[in-house]
Design a protein around this ligand. Sequence first.
Ligand code: GLP
Length: 256
Amino acid sequence: MQLRVLETSESVARLVALDLWESIEAGARRLGFATGRTMIDVYREFVELAEALPKNWNWSGIQTYNLDEYVGLGPQNSRSFHYFMQQHLFLPLALDNAHTHVPNGLAPDLERECQEYEEIATESPIDVQLLGLGINGHIGFNEPGTPFSSTTHIVKLSGATLQQNAPDFDGSEPPGKALTMGIQTILNARRIMLVATGIAKAQALEALLYGPVGTECPASALRLHPQVSVYVDRALMDGVLERQQSKEVPTHEIRV
Ligand code: GLP
């Protein structure tokens, strides 16, 4: 696992966007995307990079796969993850709808939707999977206790997650259920880039980096994957080190 510590959340977003772009230049075509406030800056930087491309640069070979979606919200609903992706990435890059895949939270048969989504997401490995980090250590919407062998499934969201995502719902109640790629689905990706900023994630990041590998911290599953980069800002890393009661400054690359 490679850990990159950058001074600010802006420099984190810039580096993630650059690394993602470099992967595409190196041939990545199946991209896994995440939502959440952390990703807004990453996508803004990525769109900025894309705007500098020659006009004839062709996105038609790119397929995108999102991690998760709330049950009951569709692409027209401004609180859905699908809408988020359209606003921040799909529309600015003018990606073809047929090439952008998001679980359908309005599917009449949700179990079947999960099976079908799993099939398309794992048809061949996703080249690069972006991940955020929940304050309880979730990745996608895989809450603590989710087996590492899980595939795309319906999840009942935890109180911590509902609280974390409540600001996106302006006082109205967030949906209590979601569809999410499983931990195994995520681990199938060739390369994983996890992005986390801000001191509120210190406990989750500490568990990811130094805690036991186990279902209590879903993100700890990433320690089983050979190609993971974790991008964090200094404030968050300082919070982790304080929790570790150590002032030792890590190198830019640590192996855990
Ligand atoms: C939601 C998403 C996660 C994401 C998390 C982080 O819960 N399902 O995939 O990692 O938000 O959100 P934020 O970046 O807003 O802290």
